[in-house]
Design a binder for this molecule. Structure first.
Ligand code: XMP
Length: 511
């Protein structure tokens, strides 16, 4: 059985980062909101270790998240971080002081004591703190193993029960030896074996689905994006021809995109792909539509209709395969973020077409792990390292009404911009970069003649999670080259501008 550890999420902004750090150390980490699991379930699941995340609350307030203290006596090693540190101290009978007096923010020097958690770590380290409350007295049976320069308790341990807590954040890079501390917890204290490797994941998944789907048929909606492509290749390895991929081409993809995906999958993996060219249908429905949310809804609905029709034609299919990945699962689990835009994904397909079930082979993977699985399965770099592309495609990058002509211009301009960024070989490549065709015209001059054409915007952002993003500081020379080429090669564009707005207040996409 796959060894795993559980991260109980108390609402901290770093929960995902903690899980990723742990997985980088070859231990499989699962995140669960603290309300979503009981002590009994934790015992049953056989976790090798537990971690308590940080969180924005104060343990002393009435409505603060708490957890059943019985968890401390399960005999499973525990590491509490930030709020987790205060909560464990509080649960075990220590006192936590509330308020501003003992708060610490930013880089704080900490002195550590001898402890298995700090094995091979200097006595003095710089750590990253962000807390208002602090532990005033350690609970009975606990020892103080770290103190900040200001005298605040920065670490506790009950070595008998293998319970450790830290006021600082070992998961962020600002904490010296943060990774080493996490590694000590996982390998020295919790004695993990570290069996989480992409290759094992592939072998296990292939075996699992081969057994599960014997004699059954599965259908996958291929969008051309990384997730559904990797899911397709993985399932294809498990069940070969019993998997059919339906690739709905809505005519809103980037230059050559549909062809590259289709040809790669067919030629390298001998995959069963049906491409439905539905461009006319989508453009007709979108004709005259200018409102962004309406565009999204039309595309989402139309996608489902086209897919349904194809599925019906294919006859009895047992399972629907989806490229859902772990961040989608976590988001829908806690799901309190307000809807800024209704995101359309192939994940939103109807569940009532008559399938016996849904299969989500990448459900437990982070994006970078999906890419690793893709590479290990033999997908080329151009596909695995592809930047994210929205489900509604270029429809939300052509501002205002969509026409075939505008799509053609945008496709070319976008290809030039991406080519120039790739050619520049930037050390810090933006995480997403693309062109937007505005519906504003502007005057220009070409060969002594007045010209009048579209304003094209270039957008590039750097981000970890796309929830917030910074506009990328691309070298001027690269922007200049892109602008020159775009205005020379595309007479329809009179002016190129660069978007220097971060998210928030802007979003990544313009619509
Ligand atoms: P925004 O514009 O919301 O974009 O800041 C954040 C990230 O999400 C992508 N995006 C979408 N992806 N369907 C998708 O599958 C959508 O409707 C959609 N809208 C935005 C966007 O490209 C960026 O990576």
């Amino acid at each position: 059985m796959q060894e795993k550890v559980l991260l109980l999420d108390f609402g901290g902004q770093y929960a995902e980062l903690i899980a990723r750090r742990i997985r980088e150390m070859n231990v499989y980490a699962e995140i669960r909101p603290f309300q979503g699991i009981t002590v009994e379930e934790i015992r049953r699941e056989g976790y090798r270790a537990l971690l308590f995340s940080g969180g924005p609350n104060s343990v002393t307030s009435a409505d603060a998240p708490h957890f059943d203290p019985a968890v401390l006596s399960l005999g499973i090693p525990i590491l509490g971080i930030c709020y987790g540190h205060q909560l464990i101290a509080h649960m075990a009978g220590g006192t936590v002081e509330s308020g501003n007096v003992s708060g610490e923010y930013g880089k704080i020097e900490v002195e550590t004591d001898a402890s298995p958690l700090f094995e091979n770590i200097p006595e003095r380290i710089t750590t990253w703190m962000s807390h208002m409350d602090s532990v005033k007295t350690a609970p009975a049976g606990f020892r103080v193993i770290a103190r900040s320069k200001g005298g605040v308790i920065a670490g506790l341990s009950d070595e008998g029960r293998k319970i450790y807590t830290l006021q600082f954040h070992p998961e962020v890079t600002h904490t010296d030896y943060g990774k080493a501390i996490l590694r000590n917890f996982l390998y020295r204290i919790a004695e993990c074996a570290g069996d989480w490797h992409v290759e094992n994941f592939i072998t296990d998944s292939v075996e699992k689905y081969r057994n599960m789907l014997q004699g059954k048929k599965a259908l996958l909606a291929l969008s051309g994006g990384v997730d559904s492509t990797v899911a397709a290749v993985l399932l294809n390895r498990a069940i070969g021809d019993d998997l059919t991929c339906v690739f709905v081409d809505h005519g809103l993809l980037r230059k050559n995109e549909g062809d590259v995906v289709e040809q790669t999958l067919k030629s390298r993996f001998d995959m069963n792909i049906i491409r439905v060219n539905a461009k006319e249908r989508f453009l007709q429905k979108l004709s005259g539509v200018t409102e962004p949310e309406k565009k999204r809804k039309i595309i989402g609905e139309e996608f489902i209709r086209v897919f349904e029709a194809k599925a019906e034609e294919l006859g009895r299919i047992n399972y629907l395969v989806q490229g859902t990945i772990y961040p989608d699962v976590i988001e829908s689990g806690t799901g309190n973020a307000s809807v800024i835009k209704s995101h359309h994904n192939v994940g939103g397909l109807p569940k009532d077409i008559g399938f016996d079930g849904i299969i989500e082979p990448l459900r437990c993977l982070f994006k970078d792990e999906v890419r690793k699985v893709g590479s290990a399965l033999g997908l080329p770099k151009e596909i695995v390292e592809r930047q994210p592309f929205p489900g509604p495609g270029l429809a939300i990058r052509v501002i205002g009404e969509i026409t075939e002509e505008k799509l053609r211009i945008l496709r070319e301009a976008d290809a030039i911009f991406r080519e120039e960024i790739d050619r520049a070989g930037l050390t810090e490549r933006p995480d997403q970069y693309f062109a937007v065709l505005t519906n504003t015209m502007s005057v220009g001059v070409r060969g002594d003649m007045r010209s009048y054409g579209y304003i094209l915007a270039l957008r590039a952002v750097s981000t970890d999670d796309f929830m917030t993003a910074d506009w990328s500081r691309i070298p001027f020379e690269v922007l200049e080259k892109a602008s020159d080429r775009i205005t020379t090669e595309l007479k329809e564009i009179s002016r190129v501008v660069y978007d220097i707005t971060s998210k928030p207040p802007a979003t990544v996409e313009w619509e």
